[in-house]
Design a protein around this ligand. Structure first.
Ligand SMILES: CC(C)(COP(=O)(O)OP(=O)(O)OC[C@H]1O[C@@H](n2cnc3c(N)ncnc32)[C@H](O)[C@@H]1OP(=O)(O)O)[C@@H](O)C(=O)NCCC(=O)NCCS
Length: 111
């Protein structure tokens, strides 16, 4: 979790997660994102979390959507990697928008 580059508004953070290849598909990415939401909104000044990923990285944007992040936009051909351009999708989660049921779930799980 870090401040978004180029935007140092207090209380806004960019999240990211990376799971070792051998453990993909076992729910750890979802758990990592859940923990970031729990940590950010319980123990920091965060009021807004942002996340981004390549459009083709379905597992990643699914994780954010499962954690309540809202789709904010798509930047066409934003990244170049592995010999081709990739669209970037942007997500955001406002503290005030987090559902009580999700907060309760997180608090029970991580407290
Ligand atoms: C993206 C990443 C974190 C996903 O981690 P993971 O532990 O495999 O994810 P999960 O097991 O929690 O799965 C999350 C969801 O994506 C789905 N999913 C997993 N792999 C998928 C794939 N290859 N294609 C489509 N969906 C996929 C899962 O089914 C799950 O959805 P569900 O709960 O509805 O079944 C992991 O692939 C990774 O570390 N990638 C490299 C780094 C990266 O891309 N980070 C994200 C950018 S910030």
């Amino acid at each position: 979790m870090c401040h978004p580059s180029g935007d140092f508004s207090p209380g806004t953070y960019l999240i990211g997660y990376q799971i070792d290849d051998t453990f993909h598909g076992r729910g750890f990415g979802t758990e990592a994102c859940e923990f970031l939401v729990y940590y950010a909104f319980n123990f920091t000044d965060a009021y807004l979390l942002n996340g981004d990923t390549a459009y083709g990285n379905k597992a990643s944007w699914k994780i954010m959507e499962k954690c309540g992040f809202v789709f904010e936009g798509r930047r066409i051909k934003y990244w170049h990697a592995h010999g081709e351009y990739h669209d970037q999708v942007l997500y955001g989660l406002l503290k005030e928008s987090v559902k009580d049921s999700f907060l309760n779930y997180l608090n029970k799980k991580w407290k």
